[in-house]
Design a protein around this ligand. Structure first.
Ligand SMILES: Cc1cc2nc3c(=O)[nH]c(=O)nc-3n(C[C@H](O)[C@H](O)[C@H](O)COP(=O)(O)OP(=O)(O)OC[C@H]3O[C@@H](n4cnc5c(N)ncnc54)[C@H](O)[C@@H]3O)c2cc1C
Length: 463
């Protein structure tokens, strides 16, 4: 039988979505190889796979914020062998302390909710620096071996043995990371896609995944130029080190009756990631990377004193944050839901298709689950034939599985943002009374548990 032509996947963006997708493709292909072997078929019937990731920055670094909380993507990360290494670098949290001037809110022991009992041992929320997620994902994609202190048997998750076997047989997935290359344009026809890159080179492939964030070039090429909307929320904060206060390992959120919100989370490596958000009618830019080091700490000090005059820990965090790690920027999101996530051979992933406000901590979690689902639909659909039709079928299936949940999460994140920044004194009291009840009802925690389970199942192609 003639050898199969490779499937050539191009990815624009080396953030959480782009790197997780690359890892998911490698694992999904190993899954298909073991299915072939189990059915006594020669794994050489497997289609070769090449992956090229184009990242505009000269190194892998987070474009936004300091830390991430992971929960609903846990099942998917486990499947990809990434949960354990990432967990080791972060801090697991079971309790959220909520402070409000009405004193109706205190501590929420998340793990005591009936739906979450089985997670007691490893913690419900994992707080971790974004850079650690990128590092661990990069290591899994390119190095594939345990480093000191990691057990060889556990390393890399359920597919690592098959991935190693394919490599020994000379059938490894070929992955290349191209740093400092910005995707400027994409053209597609029935034979493939052609990228124009910022260094005057170009790249050809069968399919392009635009994982290029909230200001996605890929999205604007597919759907025409459109800007994300300013949410009316201004965020400021940073990464604080050397904290000795008793709350350094606690997840704390602060509400205020004046339309402001603050959060502090332990992020591993002895750091505390913190931020305050205030509502404003004045539009602010969202360029996070360029916001670092340009903020006068005294401006933030005044805001902390205005909104939380009796709290000493937020001021300590500010004092322990180096000026170059302070940032201030507007929060943006996209609220138009009618656009499809793909056109023929080009599809979108992560913030490129569903950027949301951070109040539910779901943007990266959704991106990770998207990545796993798309890896499955793409490899399944192109197993026999790589064509515009088979690729578009994969995108359609992925969109069917993921879009309505993501759209709901975008809406719910906006709703939570408005609830957390209420100003009306009566509504503030109602919120503070109802808020703990919401966590006691089965709905919300069960939504996360369902996601965790669904994420894992939706990765595996049926046997
Ligand atoms: C304050 C804040 C807190 C948050 N907290 C959480 C949380 O706790 N939990 C959670 O799940 N989510 C959280 N989020 C959301 C989360 O940050 C995003 O959903 C996540 O980063 C999306 O990942 P991404 O890879 O899609 O996009 P990005 O992280 O934006 O990555 C896109 C990558 O593409 C590159 N790129 C862009 N354009 C091009 C181009 N043309 N060519 C080549 N490369 C390009 C960029 O340099 C970047 O590396 C938070 C967001 C904010 C703002």
């Amino acid at each position: 039988m003639a050898a199969k032509e490779p499937l050539r996947v191009l990815i624009s963006g080396g953030g959480i979505a782009g790197l997780t997708f690359a890892r998911a493709l490698i694992c999904q292909r190993a899954h298909l190889a073991s299915k072939l072997r189990n059915n006594h078929n020669d794994a050489s019937r497997l289609r070769p796979l090449t992956i090229d990731i184009f990242e505009q920055a000269p190194e892998l670094r987070p474009t936004v914020g300091g830390s991430i909380t992971l929960q609903s993507s846990r099942g998917m990360l486990r499947t990809l062998g990434a949960w354990d290494p990432i967990q080791k670098r972060g801090v697991s949290v079971n309790r959220v302390i909520t402070r409000s001037p009405t004193k109706l809110l205190t501590d929420l022991e998340l793990i005591n909710m009936p739906a979450l009992q089985h997670m007691k041992e490893e913690g419900f929320l994992l707080c971790v620096l974004r850079s650690r997620i990128l590092e661990e994902m990069n290591k899994l994609i390119f190095h594939n071996e345990p480093t000191e202190g990691e057990s060889e048997a556990d390393y890399g998750g359920p597919f690592q043995k098959e991935i190693d076997r394919l490599r020994d047989e000379g059938a490894a997935t070929k992955v290349e990371l191209h740093l400092g290359k910005r995707v400027l344009n994409v053209a597609q026809n029935k034979d493939g896609v052609l990228l124009t890159l910022s260094d005057h080179t170009s790249a050809r492939g069968d399919v392009l995944i635009g994982a290029d964030g909230i200001r996605s070039v890929t999205r604007s090429i597919l759907q025409g130029p459109s800007n994300p909307q300013f949410s009316g929320h201004l965020s400021m904060g940073g990464g604080s080190y050397g904290n000795t206060d008793p709350e350094a390992e606690e997840f704390v959120q602060y509400l205020s009756p004046q339309g402001a919100y603050a959060i502090r989370v332990p992020a591993g490596d002895g750091s505390v990631s913190w931020g305050i958000i205030e509502t404003t009618s004045e539009e602010h830019g969202e360029d996070w990377a360029n916001a670092f080091g340009r903020v006068n700490p005294e401006v933030i000090r005044e805001k902390i004193q205005k909104y939380w005059p009796n709290d000493k820990y937020l001021l300590q965090l500010l004092d322990n944050t180096p000026t170059e790690k302070l940032s201030m920027r507007g929060l943006y999101h996209r609220k138009s839901f009618q656009h499809p996530w793909f056109k023929e051979r080009v599809g979108l992933l992560g913030d490129a298709c569903h950027s949301m406000l951070p109040y539910m901590g779901q943007g990266a979690n959704c991106a990770i689950i998207d990545a796993g689902v798309l890896s499955r639909t793409l490899l399944e659909s192109t197993h026999f034939e790589v064509s515009t039709t088979s690729i578009a079928t994969a995108f359609q299936q992925y969109q069917n599985e993921r879009k309505s949940f993501s759209d709901q999460t975008v809406k719910m994140s906006e709703f939570m943002g408005s609830v957390m920044t209420l100003r009306n004194p009566l509504l503030v009291k109602v919120r503070d009374f109802l808020y703990p009840l919401m966590y006691k009802m089965p709905g919300l925690p069960q939504m996360f548990v369902k996601q965790i389970q669904a994420a894992k199942q939706s990765f595996y192609a049926p046997a």
